[in-house]
Write a protein that binds this ligand. Sequence first.
Ligand SMILES: Cc1cc2nc3c(=O)[nH]c(=O)nc-3n(C[C@H](O)[C@H](O)[C@H](O)COP(=O)(O)OP(=O)(O)OC[C@H]3O[C@@H](n4cnc5c(N)ncnc54)[C@H](O)[C@@H]3O)c2cc1C
Length: 503
Amino acid sequence: MTHSDRNSPSSRLNRRGFLQKLPAIGAAAILTHRTASTATADNPRAIPVAVPVAPADAKGSTVTIRTETTLPIFAEADICVLGGSCTGVFAAVRAARLGAKVVIVEKQNCFGGVATSSLINIWHSIFDTEKKRQIIAGLTVETMERLGKRKAVVQPKNASNWFTFNSQELKIELDEIVLENKVRPFLNTLFSEPYLDSAGQLAGVIVDGKSGRGVIKAKFFIDATGDADLCVRLGLETYVRPMLQPPTTAAHFEGFDNGAFNSLLKKHGAEFGIPDGFYWGAYLPNTQTYMLAGTRIYGADCSNAKQLSDAEINGRRQIRAMLDMLRKYNPKNRTRLTALSSYIGIRETRHVKCLFQTSDDDALYGKHFDDAIANGSYIFDQHHQDKPGITFRSLDGTQNYVRPSYPSKGGRWRPKTAQNPTFYQVSLRSIIPPRIPNLITAGRMLDAGLIAYSGIRVMVNMNQLGEAAGVAAQLSLSQNVPIQKISAAAVRDTLKKGGSAII
Ligand SMILES: Cc1cc2nc3c(=O)[nH]c(=O)nc-3n(C[C@H](O)[C@H](O)[C@H](O)COP(=O)(O)OP(=O)(O)OC[C@H]3O[C@@H](n4cnc5c(N)ncnc54)[C@H](O)[C@@H]3O)c2cc1C
């Protein structure tokens, strides 16, 4: 937009005009004050905006002061990806490889999301449950191969097993992948609110960063924020389950003695306020550093700002409590804390009501979809909120309730059958919200049943959702079709040509 466009009637939104436009996207919104921001020498372009904001969490805490302000335009692109985990990065890269001009917005100082900032360093198998057929490829494999060249990933001897990688090396690798693919990065940048054009259509996002507040304009948007921040602020229907899988603060330790930790935790955890739950960990490849994912914050919905803040502090408190427990009851222990995750690992918050929900039965019985965009074989792994431990459910009908230091409780969730499915699939429609023609989701906000989600949520699956979202977005733009009408066959075909395993 030029300086003169800025003052044209079509580019201005006054309060009444804005309110009239809102139904175009069905936004349940209020107007609020924004600090005025004018064009600067750095950025001569600016745009007047009226800002829709979802109601605040706390009751009676909203203010209405002013409705119009002028913001600089930070960038204009074909596709804007919000959230820069591997899901978001892979979405951006796949769209860029198809010729789109792409920007990516990430609130942390690096890409990778839970895999880097939250230190979670395992990607599960890319094979089916029989370990015979490769069901996942694309950027997951490309990234692991790149890390392999840096000795930053270990794949156990059985090639069909999981990858353990170095989260710090992954940060650098993702920087390189983003730059090589000419995706424009906006790190340390928080998406705040959507920007609607004079026709009431989603035309940009308002972001906050070190240079202040500004707008990124784009023709298409991918919400990969994990928490569906863009979708919820557009008034799309979302749901938060009453039994959310609890978040976990992970940490790096040196000298960690798993056996001693396990027995002390059972005996003395309660004394130190460490909740009974589940823990696991993994060494960073070729180091003595142990990543422990052992804390648990029950009842925290991390899409709520206060609960997120409390959970971060509680997670770090639990790490210190573990160290105190080890010091008191095992004085000879040499466990030292070397790093904390830079944000808490979040397993689940909001889901977006999409065109279709991949149901528990769809996943548990391995249903194949004509519009499948992802394949998974990771076990259904439900971290409980109402009791300690995890229930694992397998595609072969068995289940196992596991609680560290206690005997496991095996059984079946369905009777035996002669043949079992060996992988499950995710439908493209489970990541496409209704109504907004230029928006798709990618990542853990997908529309899936509780048990289905407990398996689909892992990163090798999220990566595939990202790649599919990037391809679908670019096809929607290049074919000028609303995303709700996109040809699933074309998405699958393009994914396959770009290296994905499409079945
Ligand atoms: C403790 C723990 C252990 C796990 N263990 C495993 C495991 O071993 N293997 C596995 O594969 N999976 C594991 N998972 C699951 C997996 O990590 C997540 O399901 C997956 O990371 C979800 O991916 P995502 O891209 O949707 O979300 P995230 O990884 O949460 O990424 C969201 C990204 O968006 C950014 N963002 C959010 N809001 C905004 C905003 N408003 N503006 C800009 N940026 C924003 C965030 O900073 C982040 O980078 C684990 C999860 C947890 C929490």
